[in-house]
Design a protein around this ligand. Structure first.
Ligand code: GLN
Length: 490
């Protein structure tokens, strides 16, 4: 069964028609996992027994003629910061290595109602802080298009799972780009939804004013199908609004009309933008022009300010979110003896990795009384400027097309000083949507000559996911899906 070349809708249809059973599909995915996982390392925890049991249950329902929800039987993975009752949820940290949540995250509850088959919990950067999945306390994940390279991060396990056929879809979380950037580097479609569209309850907080959960899939329609299932209002998440319009999947088939796409020249002028990335994106702009859309240059000056503001604000919020891991309430507790202070110190010293500690220190620094006015307050002001600028620009265009990353996937173990600029600047293009709360979609623009995926980002005003999907599907339908990553040979 060639499930890797099938979209979710086709898989669901095949199950319904009984071309193959849910068990056969689930077993086929686990075969791929058995073959690839030693190289790719997409998962922290696999839930094989529960998955097969669920598959058998669904097969009985199908035989009995029940009508099942659209995602029933779809084998999927969850980033390991999404709480799953009875299944450990580690956040790729030693601190939570044995934490088994007593509750489900709201998004996972929604997918359970859809009768999704959970394959396992995907690897990530520790507490979602990072951009290469190398800060995981367990193991790094490798890029299925070239295992010597990173899959991106922090949702790198989710991305690598889908790109390698070790899952048919996945959920990731995006604080500053952690869905879009790994999607771009692994040739997937990744959506950061409008802030509030998807519930955050039960998803480990990194920076609560920025965190959003979203789908990572091979195709645009798959992505819309998953969003349809999770964009539901959660009464217990104060920021949750849910989708108040029609289905996203249906929005794709609407006729676009005369659309205006903004092209921020400043983003394309950066010296560190790889020429192959620039070339593919310029071709994409020409494609949209050939479809009757108007391309207009837009002036966006706040990219650098976004970078600085994001790291100050996210670290400040991360610093307070990390307070709960003190060795006492829950999580890792150091076996070393001592008083209260010692328990805190040893548990945090041993339980957390260097990247997380760096963010805690930065967050603590920018929130301290003497530094607050120069850093935190200024960053909050900069965030308002970014919001103003984007609101202004969206008066002149419907969507904006930008790079997702300056380069395709880089080799594992690349040192920060070898990244050009700072290690944080490579993913600066994803930060404005995070700061403004606007939706942004990363879709494959094509492959480089070396066979590495390149993404492009479509951004829109709040709650314009339907429009972004429509634009993305236009491109995807004309160019076809990019070739699947080569199979890993055992
Ligand atoms: N790479 C960014 C960071 O390290 C984004 C992380 C994220 O979105 N979770 O903060």
């Amino acid at each position: 069964m060639n499930y890797r070349s099938m979209e979710l809708k086709q898989l669901a249809e095949a199950l319904r028609k009984r071309s193959f059973s849910t068990r056969e599909l689930t077993e086929a995915v686990f075969e791929t996992i058995d073959q690839s996982e030693a190289v790719i390392g997409a998962y922290i925890t696999l839930t094989r027994d529960a998955a097969l049991k669920q598959a058998d249950r669904l097969d009985r329902l199908i035989v009995d003629g029940y009508t099942l929800p659209p995602l029933a039987g779809m084998p999927g993975a969850l980033k390991d910061n999404i709480a799953t009752r009875g299944i450990r949820t580690t956040n790729a940290s030693r601190m939570l290595a044995s934490f088994v949540p007593p509750y489900d995250a709201f998004v996972w509850r929604l997918l359970r109602q859809q009768e999704v088959v959970l394959l396992g919990k995907a690897n990530m950067d520790e507490f979602a802080m990072g951009h290469s999945t190398e800060t995981s306390a367990f193991h790094p994940t490798r890029n299925p298009y070239n295992p010597a390279r990173v899959p991106g991060g922090s949702s790198g396990g989710s991305a690598a799972a889908v790109a390698s056929g070790e899952a048919c879809f996945a959920l990731g979380s995006d604080t500053g780009g952690s869905i879009r950037q790994p999607a771009a580097l692994c040739g997937l479609v990744g959506l950061r939804p409008t802030y509030g569209l998807v519930s955050r309850r039960g998803v480990t907080a990194f920076a609560s004013s920025l965190d959003q959960v979203g789908p990572m899939t091979r195709s645009v329609r798959d992505n819309a199908m998953v969003l349809d299932a999770i964009a539901i209002r959660d009464k217990k998440d104060v920021h949750s609004v849910g989708n108040e319009g029609g289905s996203y999947l249906d929005a794709i088939e609407e006729v676009p009309g005369q659309l205006v796409i903004g092209w921020p020249e400043s983003h394309f002028r950066s010296d560190d933008l790889d020429p192959q990335v620039r070339d593919l994106l310029e071709k994409a702009l020409k494609f949209y022009e050939s479809q009757g859309m108007r391309i207009v240059p837009v002036d966006l000056k706040t990219l650098d300010a976004s970078l600085a503001a994001y790291y100050i604000l996210s670290s400040a919020e991360g610093f307070s979110a990390m307070n709960r891991y003190d060795g006492i309430h829950y999580g890792y507790r150091s076996p070393q003896e001592g008083g209260l202070e010692d328990i805190y110190t040893h548990s945090r010293t041993e339980g957390l990795g260097p990247e997380v500690k760096q963010r805690i220190l930065l967050g603590c620094f920018v929130l301290s009384e003497e530094n607050y006015p120069d850093y935190f307050r200024k960053a909050a002001q900069a965030r308002s400027l970014v919001i103003d600028e984007f609101e202004k620009v969206f008066r002149t265009c419907h969507a904006i097309l930008t790079p997702v990353t300056a380069t395709p996937a880089w080799p594992l173990g690349t040192l920060p000083e070898e990244m050009g600029g700072s290690k944080y600047s490579n993913d600066r293009f994803t930060l404005p949507a995070s700061l403004t709360g606007m939706p942004a979609l990363s879709i494959p623009a094509g492959l480089t000559r070396e066979g590495l995926p390149v993404g492009m980002q479509l951004m829109g005003k709040h709650f314009t996911e339907g429009l972004l999907y429509l634009l993305a599907a236009l491109y995807e339908d004309a160019h076809g899906l990019i070739p699947t990553a080569p199979e890993v040979m055992p």
